[in-house]
Every structure is written in structure tokens, then in C-alpha cells.
Design a protein around this ligand. Sequence first.
Ligand SMILES: Nc1nc2c(ncn2[C@@H]2O[C@H](COP(=O)(O)OP(=O)(O)OP(=O)(O)O)[C@@H](O)[C@H]2O)c(=O)[nH]1
Length: 306
Amino acid sequence: MSENHLEMTLIEALNKSEDAVAIVSQQNVITFCNDTMATLLGKHNKSLIGNTIEALFSSAQGSVFEDRIDGDELADWFLSLKGNQDLGATELEIDTLTGVFFSVKCLPLSSHAYLIYGKDITAIKVLESERAHLQNELDFVSQIDPMTRVASRRQLSEKLDGQIKLYERYRVPFSLIITDIEHFRTINEQYGYAAGDRVLVEFSSLLNGMLRETDIIARINGTEFALLLPNTALEGASLLATRAKNLIVQQAFEVACDKNIALTSSFGVVEFCGLQSSVEAMIHRAEEALSEAKRQGRGSVVAMEQ
Ligand SMILES: Nc1nc2c(ncn2[C@@H]2O[C@H](COP(=O)(O)OP(=O)(O)OP(=O)(O)O)[C@@H](O)[C@H]2O)c(=O)[nH]1
């Protein structure tokens, strides 16, 4: 194959490549540019070859890129290339406005020119974005109790942890209430599990309606709910628990057509005192207070001093 023929064949092969390829001289003149690179830049390759990088980018705001890619980003990248000792490691991700992503690299050639080539990484980017989307959904799901739509135990733990840190820094008081619906088993047995589910939803929504915007209600077990009350000392939390207990007792919960029932629930109340240094220790103390309330009889409130 003659040299000329070989060159033509190489150019044809490069033009068929899905990778974007360009060669830039030491004086920053584009000496070769394949079709994919031209498409990436939004131009015909004939109009790119012979241009200096500077000339190309001086009009980056104008017609050269036809708003297809971020010219400023590319310009900064190219201009930082000269004097860079480790060009192989210099990589730029270009997010084109047509939704195609390219990863562009620059390699020095023995003739002192630079090879610039870009790979289409759209498929990887799409996968990454789908994964991030799924992760977001997963995070959301793990933060919310699917049935009652109040916070999950996991979210409660995270918020409690935040409150403990606030307390340690600013000594801001906060309290935790845990409540459990009593004799719930009989509701399921008499009216069915679906009726039990509706009661749980209504119960949580009643409690939720009593809270401040900064408070959090979480479902931490089947019929057990926690109320996290930032900036609230034991006295205020006990008052709220008593009000909640009375509200629940007065409420008629619908379990079947034309059939309402009354509920009772007991409440354990604790204020963070700095001694229960962990989230689990605080939940444990509130559960101890709840057990004590249950021992005292249906619909009791026990506030546990330190
Ligand atoms: N319908 C329904 N029932 C549930 C759900 N989660 C837990 N339960 C039921 O709630 C009952 C709770 O059990 P316990 O708290 O031990 O029983 P209890 O009858 O309320 O007893 P006390 O709390 O001691 O008064 C069990 O029968 C569970 O099957 C749920 O999501 N939906």
C-alpha cells in the first residue's frame, strides 16, 4: 500500500470511528479532525481543520459550537493543557446539549503534536443517572413508613442523632415520647387486618396533626409510634403526651361500615439529659417509661426523670 493510499485508508477508518479524534499541532492548529469530533463540536470537519484552538474558542460563544457544548468549559480545559506534564491523566467530561456525553482525553505525540480523542460515554451516564434515581427512591422509601406515611424508625434515628449533636453543642433540650396502641390484637381479630391498618393510619394522622412542624412522628414498630420534640423539655413533652392521650380516647375509629371503636394508648416520655449518649439508649429509656405507663393501667402517661 502506498503511503498516500495508507493515509487515505486511515482517514476513512478514523471517520468511521465512533470515537471523536483530532490532532492539534504544537502551535495549537487543528491538523486533523474526524467526523465524530466535528459532530461533537457541531461543525463540518473541513471548517475546523486549519483553525487554531484559540480562534475556535474565541468565538465559542458564537456559531462555532452552535450552543451544542459548553465552550467555556472546553476552552479552560484546552488552555490548561500546555505545560501540563501529565496529559494522559487529563480528562474532561463534556455534557452536550443534545444529551450525548463524551469523555475527552489529550495525549502528546512524538511529533510534539497532541492527539485529542473523545469516547461516547452516554450509556454509562444513563446507567449512572438511573442508579442515582433508584438510590434516591430507595433512600425515600427507607425514610418513610409505607403504610402510615410517617417517618420510619431509620429516619427517627437520624433525626435523633442530629438532636443529640445539637444538644452537645448548644445544650438545646429535646424530648422523646413513645406510645403504643393497647389491645390492638383484638381489633385485628374482630374486624380484620385491613381494619387494623386503617386504625393505624388514622391514629398516626391524629398524632401528626397535634405536632409542630419541627416535631417528627415515626412508626417504630407495628403499633408503636415515637414523637421527637426538638427544643422541648420534659414538662412540655408530658403535657403534649397527656393531650394526645385524651385526644385518642375521645376519637371514634371506624373499623367497619357503621362501626366505630374507642382506643387507648399509653405514653412514655423522656428528655435527653446527656447521659444517654446514643440514639438507641434514648429510645430504650422512652420504652422503659412506656412499659411503666402500661403497668399503671390503660391510657397512662409516665414521664421519666433522669
Ligand atoms: N393491622 C395491622 N396489625 C398490625 C400491624 N403491625 C402489627 N400489628 C398487630 O398489632 C398487634 C400488636 O401486638 P401487641 O402490641 O403485642 O398486642 P396488643 O394487643 O396491642 O397488646 P398491648 O400492647 O399489650 O395492649 C399484633 O397482633 C400485630 O399482629 C400492621 O401493620 N397492621
